[in-house]
Ligand binder design. Sequence first.
Ligand code: PMP
Length: 310
Amino acid sequence: MKPLAQKIWFNGHLTAWENCTVHVMSHALHYGTSVFEGIRVYDTPNGPCGFRLTDHVRRLHDSARIYHFPMPYSVEELVQACRDTVASEGLKSAYIRPLAFLGACGMGVTPSPDAIKTDIMIAAFPWGAYLGEEALEKGVDACVSSWNRVAPNTIPSGAKAGGNYLSGYLIGREARTGGYGEGIALGADGLLSEGAGENLFVVRDHVLMTPPSSSSILQGITRDSVIKLARGLGYEVREQSMTRESLYVADEVFMTGTAAEITPVRSVDGIPTRAAGPGPVTKAVNKAFRGLFDGSTPDRYGWLEPIHQS
Ligand code: PMP
């Protein structure tokens, strides 16, 4: 892999890329015991800002808590470490990837609490449109996956843990093998859940609907931002369970995520949405979202957190 960054913050120090190595016996490598975040930094008129940086780091702490991983750094310390990492790379816009994982702490699935040590790394690097520029502009062709999302009380979907992404990997792989841009999964109850790495919105008659937190989703920070922005624009937004067929009769469908931002879905399983691309509601919400970063949407909630503090 070509280096994505000069230095990575690794257990408290900005360390040269080539020295950020882990042992092959690391617990996380064998058992998926890691939690992570994805955070975008936008180049705004007030300089580079992390979008809801603190909320992301809080979710990292929450994910670690769910798995009983001790966290050697506070939320505030990790927020600062994210800032330092972006600043050291001299980036104006970036994707930040913090990861906390169990290292070489024994071969048992449940290492003794005295042996557990959580390692933490933070890398910052440029990352463009997750599903491609064309997807952002024109929309992605999605399919409903044959793989269901994890059922409640199996693996917690509310924690952003490395192991969860085996599910995302299968959903994404199946979609791409079938010639689709992204896969949408149903929950164990057969109702709509989320995309491989994105939350889902369905629009009908100018009402936005998104599966509720009880539907085996990651409660996305972009999802929450879109709900607030759309309500601010006067739209009705409902967090409600939906059937698969609601995708086929939708006016518009879009997906949200830090990496995917707001990606319109133009067809599902070969059936075009009525808008057959980004419709008026998707466009309006996207305009409000993008406007946060060029200053045309007021940052009412203090979501933009400057990287360089005065
Ligand atoms: N669901 C899954 C499974 C994801 O991986 C992501 C991306 N983090 C999301 C939803 C969207 O979450 P967020 O908006 O916080 O990035």
